[in-house]
Design a protein around this ligand. Sequence first.
Ligand SMILES: Nc1ncnc2c1ncn2[C@@H]1O[C@H](COP(=O)(O)OP(=O)(O)OP(=O)(O)O)[C@@H](O)[C@H]1O
Length: 228
Amino acid sequence: MSAELALNGASLKVRNQWIVKPLSLTIDAGQTVALVGESGAGKSSLLELLRQAHADRVAWCPQQPALVPMLSLYLNVYMGRLHEFGLWQNLSNLLRADPDQWRSVQALADELGLLNGSGAKRMSQSAERFSGGEQQRINIARALFQQRPIFLGDEPVSAVDEVQARRIIERVKAHHQTTVLALHDVDLALACADRIIGMSQGEVVLDRPARALDAETLLALYPSQRHG
Ligand SMILES: Nc1ncnc2c1ncn2[C@@H]1O[C@H](COP(=O)(O)OP(=O)(O)OP(=O)(O)O)[C@@H](O)[C@H]1O
C-alpha cells in the first residue's frame, strides 16, 4: 500500500514551547486513523501539520463549524468549492441555485440526515436555525462536497449522539480513500478506525491497529480524568 500522508520530522513550536515534538509519520491510502489523547495533547496541531503538508488533497473539517449563520444550508455547503467555480457562477448561484450543485448538495444533506423529509425547505433554511449537531453535519457535508481523497476531521461529530456519530463516520469513510479523525470518544475510535494514534504532551505515545487495543488501554491516555 502507498503512503497517502507523510510527515518527516515535522514539529510545531510556539514561543519556545513544543506543541508537537518532531515526529515522522506515514498513513497509507485506505486507512482510517483516530487520534486520541486528552485535551491539549496536540491532536488538532498534528492534524494541522498533516493538512499543511497535503493541502490540495485534503477535505478539512474543523472543530468549530465555520458556517455563515445567515446563509442557507445549501450555500454553506456550496462554499466548500467556491474557489473552483468562476466569479460569475458564484454570484449567480447566490441569487439562484445552480440545479446540478443543488442536487449534489441535497444528496449529501440527505445522506447525513439533515433533511428530515422536507428537502427544499431545509436546504434553504439558514444555518443559524439548525441545532449544534446539525451544524456539525453541515460542516461535514461541506467537506464531502469538496470530493478530495483525504478527510481530516477535528472532533467532527462531538455534538452528535453516538449512534448517529458512527453512521456519519461510515459515510465520511465511504466518500474518502483515507480518513484521519481526532476523537475524544475512545469507544467511537475503536469502532470506526483501523489504526489508533495516541498523543500526550505533543508526542505520539501509541500507534497500533485498533483491533489490538481496548478502551481501558486508551483511557490510560486520559490521566486527569481518572478518579480515586
Ligand atoms: N498557536 C498556538 N499558540 C500557543 N499555544 C498553542 C497554539 N496552538 C496550540 N497551542 C497549545 O498546544 C497544546 C495542544 O493544542 P491542540 O489544540 O493541538 O490540542 P488537542 O489535543 O487538539 O486539544 P483538544 O482536544 O482540547 O482540542 C495546547 O496546550 C494548546 O494550548
